[in-house]
Design a protein around this ligand. Structure first.
Ligand code: ADP
Ligand code: MG
Length: 487
């Protein structure tokens, strides 16, 4: 692991007091054309290495700011954004910077601060402690060095929102953290879909143990890392040292255990590590995307051991929990997002907490970088990826036509008084889309649907929002129509 990149960031002090009240942030223009050119080279590489969605959410919003003394400074919209990037894409960024800017270049972040909070000086933070280290080489040689836990400080119980979907896993995690190795929850096996908070919870246990007892040797790893280190230990004749690292810990957290599938020798080794630690009364914590029963590609004796302790699943959060999470995140961000915008996000993003977070970040990025007011309109663009209103070319006729085709309901019927379900739904959809995409007033929209009043229009919009949150076929139809209108 090389240390060429000194990630540190300072806050951006250049705040425009006269900026529009409604806008959360004010971001300066890109200052330096070298910086811009270098960064765009970096982006080319990054684009090839991450999902499109990830690229749009996390990398596109970043602006280059300065290139000076071999240091590239980039602007990010918030501290949280920075932490996210750093936690998830540190390696990629490091490699990219090295490739584009050379061995000795470094990267620095500047966070654009919300203008209402003028408490800049006290918030400058140095970064190295927050970085996400890799394990082996450091630990292999390093009896004198402090124990490297691999834990990320952001993942703690205090910022973990509890709801029905994760109550059991959370309670077990807290119990384990208070008495590692001493409860019946050993091993603690947490499973659930991607982006639902397994890593967060597992690391929170580790952070909590270390906070109570700084000498506790907690080691966080994931099964892929375990595998890579195992293989490299074999190649370098260091299997003994490798085994010792794991046998010395008080608590071992292995994330995403499902990736041990098909790796027989690693599983063997892992099995022995498990037994030794278990017999010594050490705490074991595992996460997986499936329940042990469904991990059919793993060795049966491992699977049976996973079942010795407690198996807790994390489910999809319900609306209330999603709302609590997004509210909490926006507060942590120090932003004041209108409740209807938060509700819109919580209603429409149901697939995972990670996506919910991504949408919030995307929203703040748009508001910051495009200098737009925080509104439902921007939220809608973030969620459904459209930018129509500003194009200003969509007419009521286009909308009616598109809805009519998709729902197979004649325009005439949508404009009539009929209350038959399919017709009502199509009408409500057209009204909702008209509200999103045109500048027409509620009254004008109502008028174009057989003289309905503005409260009917509002009611239609709420009805569709409910559908979008609960009915995937309506949501698909909506997305299709939006796509069509856009093209
Ligand atoms: P998984 O490991 O299950 O794929 P993560 O633990 O990485 O999911 O969670 C994805 C993101 O969502 C993380 O940024 C995490 O902090 C956040 N998150 C998940 N669940 C919660 C929760 N209950 N409260 C607050 N944040 C959460
Ligand atoms: Mg995870």
């Amino acid at each position: 692991m090389d240390d060429n990149i000194n990630l540190s960031y300072t806050l951006f002090p250049d705040i425009d007091n006269k900026a529009d009240e409604k806008k959360l942030f004010k971001i300066p223009d890109v200052a330096d054309k070298h910086a811009a050119a270098y960064w765009s080279k970096c982006l080319e590489i990054i684009r090839d290495n991450v999902d499109k969605q990830v690229f749009t959410t996390w990398f596109e919003p970043i602006k280059a700011h300065k290139w000076e003394n071999s240091k590239l400074t980039i602007l990010v919209p918030s501290q949280w954004f920075f932490e996210w990037i750093e936690a998830h894409y540190f390696d990629l960024l490091q490699k990219t910077i090295k490739r584009v800017l050379g061995e000795f270049a470094s990267l620095e972040y500047e966070v654009v601060v919300e203008e209402k909070k003028n408490t800049l000086d006290s918030r400058t933070i140095k970064l190295p402690g927050l970085r996400y280290p890799t394990t082996t080489h450091q630990s292999l040689s390093a009896s004198a060095q402090p124990f490297n836990t691999n834990l990320h400080p952001r993942y703690i119980f205090d910022n973990y929102v509890v709801g029905d979907s994760n109550q059991l896993a959370y309670s077990a995690a807290v119990a384990v953290s208070q008495n590692p190795g001493g409860t019946k929850f050993n091993p603690l096996f947490i499973f659930g879909g991607t982006g639902l908070g397994k890593t967060h919870l597992a690391q929170a246990i580790g952070n909590s143990i270390v906070r109570k007892d700084p000498k506790a040797r907690v080691l966080y790893t994931n099964s892929e890392r375990f595998y890579i280190e195992f293989v490299s230990a074999i190649q370098n004749n260091k299997i003994h040292e490798f085994a010792n690292i794991y046998r010395e810990v008080d608590a071992l957290i292995v994330d995403d255990i499902q990736f041990l599938a098909g790796k027989g020798k690693t599983q063997d080794h892992f099995f022995h590590t498990f037994n030794d630690l278990y017999q010594a009364g050490k705490q074991l914590i595992f996460t997986s995307d499936k329940s042990p029963r469904d991990l059919v590609e793993l060795d049966a004796r491992l699977i049976s051991r996973f079942q010795w302790g407690l198996i807790a699943d994390i489910q999809l959060p319900d609306f209330e929990t999603r709302m609590a999470i997004i509210k909490r995140k926006s507060e942590d961000e120090g932003t004041d997002i209108p409740i209807d915008v938060l509700e819109f996000l919580a209603k429409n993003i149901t697939s995972s907490v990670r996506e919910l977070e991504g949408a919030l970040i995307g929203l703040l990025a748009k508001v910051t970088f495009d200098n737009r007011p925080l509104s439902l309109e921007v939220a809608n663009e973030v969620v459904f990826g459209t930018n129509l209103k500003s194009a200003g070319t969509i007419s009521m006729g286009d909308i009616k036509q598109a809805v009519s085709e998709k729902f197979e309901v004649e325009i005439k019927l949508m404009e009539s008084k009929t209350r038959k379900h399919e017709i009502t739904l199509a009408r409500q959809m057209a009204i909702y889309i008209a509200k999103q995409l045109t500048e027409l007033s509620l009254k004008q929209i109502g008028a174009s649907f057989g003289g309905r009043d503005h409260s009917t229009v509002l009611h239609s919009c709420r009805a569709i929002e409910d559908y979008l949150a609960t009915d995937s076929s309506v949501k698909n139809a909506y997305q299709n129509i939006m796509k069509k209108l856009k093209s």
